[in-house]
Design a protein around this ligand. Structure first.
Ligand code: ZN
Length: 106
């Protein structure tokens, strides 16, 4: 049995989910217009026409984010030390493929 209010709740839930996804997509699109290093240092990156080939870090800075992630998992670093944009783009971060356990920090 499904009541009208349950149906409404489900519709609202779907709406919130799509708004959230859109907000993330917008933040990502903004980042690709003006990419900065994902380690959080704020340094600008050279923009690549092809988003697939866009660099995510200044040379060597992926190691910084990696050690921040390890610190978060060890409880030595607060979770918010991971930049929001790094969370959004985590599926593209190379070291999370080789060290999947670090993705728990994101
Ligand atoms: Zn950096």
């Amino acid at each position: 049995m499904s009541s009208a209010s349950e149906t409404l709740q489900l519709a609202e839930h779907r709406l919130y989910a799509s708004v959230f996804l859109q907000a993330n997509a917008t933040a990502e699109a903004t980042w690709f217009q003006n990419p900065t290093c994902l380690c959080g240092c704020g340094e600008a990156l050279v923009r690549h026409r092809n988003p697939e080939k866009q660099r995510l870090f200044k040379a060597g800075h992926d190691a910084r984010l990696k050690s921040v992630a390890a610190g978060v998992l060890a409880g030595e670093v607060p979770e918010h030390a991971i930049p929001e944009i790094a969370r959004m783009l985590r599926s593209r971060i190379g070291f999370l493929r080789t060290r999947p356990e670090l993705s728990k920090a994101f």
